[in-house]
Design a protein. Structure first.
Length: 302
């Protein structure tokens, strides 16, 4: 069987072009640092890489959610601690004023002090976070949750106009947490015909002192309101601890997934450089052989 010179040249050229393509691909992998450039190289690995990247992105979003929830809950914790301090001051004043040795003018002074402390409570109930959202307004976070309705004589004196829905954020694949509490849960709702929120209780106490007729039963209402705040305060601390634990767990998951992703996706530099050097030598040898073969002719032997 005769092999033509053209066919021999074509075989050499095809081989050289193939080696050049392989070298170029190795160069691209060295440039990108990736083991797989296209899904067709390894479809199974490509699917795994995509899955890991999506899971990593989702877990990183959980971590961002944790940061946001921690900021809101930390502000709520500080606010509730201040509320507690203010209510203790109110309670001390009321206990002092309940003593019969107080004159009407002294009780009037206590009433003025109670009004000032209640204004402070009103400000705390309408606390805003760094984004300008009202902390205790539920989902209606752009409107102040508590309003003074200026009732002339009978409570309620303050109205809760916020939303009663708590917002939940995902902090893990199968876990979500509330990043705040509505004002009705914290301070109590204001309902017609009854005194249900803390602001109304303090206003009621003030009016009783102004009328020189303080009632220990109203102090009991304040204690009930304080118990509600204490319960929410404890819940906030529990949620903050849960965020810390979930954050650590998510960090472990991220480290594991990124490690496996790196093993699947990242280039083995030592192997790739060695292959690059061998491919370069092979291509140079093929080019030299091709050049030599092209110069050969029967006329050289005539």
């Amino acid at each position: 069987m005769r092999v033509s010179t053209a066919f021999s040249h074509q075989l050499s050229l095809n081989s050289m072009l193939k080696q050049s393509a392989q070298l170029n691909q190795t160069q691209l992998k060295l440039s990108s640092g990736k083991k797989i450039l296209t899904p067709s190289e390894d479809p199974v690995a490509a699917v795994r890489i995509l899955d890991f990247k999506q899971r990593i992105e989702q877990t990183e979003q959980y971590q961002r959610n944790i940061d946001t929830a921690r900021q809101r809950l930390s502000l709520e914790e500080v606010t509730l601690q201040t509320v507690t301090d203010v209510v203790f001051s109110i309670r001390d004043l009321v206990l002092q004023g309940l003593n019969d040795i107080n004159s009407p003018s002294e009780r009037l002074a206590i009433a003025d002090a109670l009004d000032g402390l209640n204004e402070q409570l009103m400000g705390l109930a309408n606390t805003k976070n760094s984004n300008g959202e009202y902390l205790f307004a539920g989902l209606a976070s752009l409107e102040a949750p508590f309003k003074d309705i200026d009732a002339a004589t009978d409570p309620p004196f303050y109205e809760y106009v916020g939303d009663n829905t708590r917002r939940f954020v995902k902090i893990g694949d199968a876990r979500q947490i509330s990043d705040g509490d509505d004002g009705a849960s914290v301070f109590g709702p204001s309902t017609p015909g009854g005194v249900d929120n803390m602001l109304d209780v303090v206003r009621k106490l003030s009016d009783e002192f102004k009328n020189n007729n303080p009632q220990s039963a109203t102090l009991g209402e304040l204690d009930v309101a304080m118990d509600r705040v204490a319960s929410i305060h404890s819940s906030v601390g529990t949620r903050l601890n849960a965020l810390d634990r979930q954050e650590i767990y998510n960090e472990d998951i991220l480290l594991n997934m990124k490690t496996v992703l790196s093993e699947t996706e990242d280039l083995d530099w030592a192997e790739a450089i060695s292959r690059f050097n061998l491919q370069t030598i092979s291509l140079q040898a093929a080019q030299q052989t091709f050049t030599t073969v092209q110069r050969l002719s029967l006329f050289n032997y005539l």
